[in-house]
Write a protein that binds this ligand. Sequence first.
Ligand SMILES: Nc1nc2c(c(=O)[nH]1)N[C@H]1C(S)=C(S)[C@@H](COP(=O)(O)O)O[C@H]1N2
Ligand SMILES: [Mo]
Length: 430
Amino acid sequence: MKHPTCSDSITRRDFVRATSALATAAVTGGLSNKAQAADATALSSAKSAPPKPAGLTYPHPLLTPADEFRDVSRGTPKPYTLEGEALVQARLTPDAWRLEITPDAATNPAIKDLPSIRKPLVFADGTALDLPGLLDLGRNHGVKFLKAMQCLNIPAPLGQGVWEGVPLREVLRLCGPMRNVRRIYYWGFHNTDPKQIFQSSLSYTQAMETPPGELPAFLAYRLNGEPIPLIRGGPVRMVIPWAHGFKSIKWLQRIVLTNDYKANDTYAEQNNDPESHLKTAAYSNDLPAKIPASQPVLIRGLVISGLSGLKRVEYSLHRGNSNSGPPSADDSEQWIECHLEDPPADWTSVLPSGVSSRQVLGFDPKTGQPTTWPLRYSMVSWFATLDKLPPGKYAVRARAVDLNGFAQPEPRPNQKTGRNALEAKEFEVV
Ligand SMILES: Nc1nc2c(c(=O)[nH]1)N[C@H]1C(S)=C(S)[C@@H](COP(=O)(O)O)O[C@H]1N2
Ligand SMILES: [Mo]
């Protein structure tokens, strides 16, 4: 699989156009005169991002093709390697796919009151939900959402797509009234070894009580306007808009309603925070090792707008290699604001055919424009140009600042709630 898609489509003319006087002035100050740093910091936090220069194309497309997401799948054999009859046996073809929803058979002796549901959906009874049944629910209750997929343990987004499906609450309603249910456990097809199961969970509230205007957990069956391919977890994948990838279980087949109050997430067993929301963080692309002094240096990457939103992306440049710069974010350093990708003027050219932005959660249904930018839980490109750098070695770092004013790597309690360390990218101007 390829890494998050990136086309090197910025031309030299774009470089020149994108160069801002602010960046040039501030970089010069930061290198030669520490006293200017305070001024420049004030400047960078007071000014809003400079506008996008005309003619510039962004380094990352908003939508990642389904087969170009970076893949994170555990277990062997991986479900997407199955073929023919094995795929049918695994119930991973559109015809064979079924979803079972059952109450938890008491496993935790501390739970005295067992869950009950009026209409469990069971394969052996012929009552399990099939794909036509799910698509049928989608006709009245379908949702679409543009989401960045990111692994809590990998310091780069995996990809971004428009996911389409049915809210989990509507699927659970098929089971009629339920009692003594505090959590929803779910997993997908894995293989015959129970030790390799990859599972996740939500609270009953998260599944059933979507607040007005908020994003529901949903069972997705389309990605970027097409059926979800096997490689991305199709026919049906759970998508949890606000969470890291480990809650978005691929090859979904089983939902268990439990009165246990504990998360069962496989990820929790490896010190990951199972309730961690998708975090605001900027990630930088690698730079060429040597850049001619006659050319501006273009730094760029992706930024995810997580739970706490995004105020800006900013960078800091140091002379020498990464060891000679400060090891982490420090507000006495000079941070310069980067350009952020603007919302597309024409969403029809970005979204898959047949998908109107008016139908996508996070967009105003009247105007078809995003209600926040970047959209919540999505990612956009950022970039800055560094002009007229004297020859020598440099290290550059970029960071996101959230809407509460926390600069990356804050406000994480630890890296196991989402990798966001400030990574230095080195280059040499020759
Ligand atoms: N069934 C199943 N679902 C899974 C996983 C898995 O190993 N098995 N990995 C999870 C993790 S940890 C991540 S980060 C995302 C990755 O999604 P992607 O492979 O579509 O990029 O899928 C999640 N869903
Ligand atoms: Mo992950």
